[in-house]
Design a protein around this ligand. Structure first.
Ligand code: ATP
Ligand code: MG
Length: 268
């Protein structure tokens, strides 16, 4: 359950209370100056795909979350890339995950301004982060073949990372990071986006659910033999997993289409 002190106007019995709370967080982040206009649009796109999966974690997403935890636990230099939407949706959870898997946190923005990067770093520090990379002069290395502001990264962070977790990523950068030979873990509700299709491990789930699931799995798997974790990652096939996501959505929609979906009301 998402708690939010700012959304007191939402009636307690509103059928979409949780979704409205989450939306309100985006608005708060926008008003505080670190969620971009475009981040609000991206959130709406995510909500649409969340309806298609039934607003819950579907089996192929659980598999990808487990494999992603294994990839992060066995990485030599894991980094979590944070943008405005992620910082407002799951700040404490992102910090908790980074501590559990020993990953660095790095701010990386498509719509980069000095003010936004510093505000996001502050949100992360207030949520318990000790170090946040990618702010101001720290973002001095360049991802080749990338022309958006997202090309600027920390030389101690994303630039040298072997595994990068990118919640709500842009397709271009996912491709550029893959071309650099990195393992890219994406969290993206749209299984058809370029990000989803370019990532090494795609988690088709809401960031709100995916990060806590990964925390749980990383906690459980920490004591597992390294070989087993490495094999889990090696045996994962992202193409197959994305097909399972599409099949799940297709079957779910077929079932709904045959059952009927209108809400019941008293006859007039
Ligand atoms: P791409 O660049 O990968 O082709 P895009 O341009 O449509 O995709 P972006 O705006 O770059 O998308 O990235 C936002 C993505 O994040 C969208 O695919 C959207 O569905 C997804 N998204 C938005 N909110 C969430 C959320 N809370 N959890 C998971 N995914 C989300
Ligand atoms: Mg994009």
């Amino acid at each position: 359950m998402v708690e939010d002190s700012h959304a007191s106007w939402v009636p307690p019995n509103h059928p979409r209370r949780e979704s409205l709370f989450i939306r309100e967080r985006l608005v708060d982040g926008f008003r505080d100056g670190y969620v971009a206009f475009q981040g609000l649009i991206a959130h709406g796109r995510g909500e649409c795909f969340d309806y298609l999966v039934g607003e819950s974690t579907i089996p192929p997403a659980l598999t990808a979350e487990r494999v992603a935890a294994a990839a992060l636990l066995t990485a030599s230099h894991p980094v979590i890339s944070v943008n405005g939407n992620t910082a407002t949706l799951a700040p404490r959870q992102i910090v908790e995950l980074s501590k559990l898997i020993n990953a660095k946190l790095e701010v990386n923005l498509f719509y980069r301004t000095r003010e936004r990067e510093e505000l996001i770093a502050r949100v992360l520090r207030e949520s318990g982060a000790e170090e946040v990379l990618g702010v101001a002069d720290d973002a001095s290395c360049t991802i080749p073949e990338l022309f958006s502001e997202r090309r600027r990264v920390s030389c101690r962070g994303i630039y040298t990372a072997d595994v990068v977790l990118v919640p709500l990523e842009d397709g271009d950068r996912t491709e550029a990071l893959r071309k650099m030979g990195k393992t890219v873990i994406a969290i993206d509700l749209n299984p058809l986006s370029r990000t989803s299709r370019a990532a090494s491990i795609t988690i088709v789930d809401n960031v709100i659910r995916a990060i806590p699931n990964m925390i749980k799995f990383a906690g459980e798997m920490r004591e597992m033999p390294r070989d087993e974790l490495v094999n889990m990652v090696r045996n994962f096939n992202n193409e197959e997993n994305l097909r399972s996501v599409l099949t799940f959505i297709r079957d779910r929609l077929s079932e709904l289409a045959s059952k009927g979906i209108t809400l019941e009301f008293p006859k007039p």
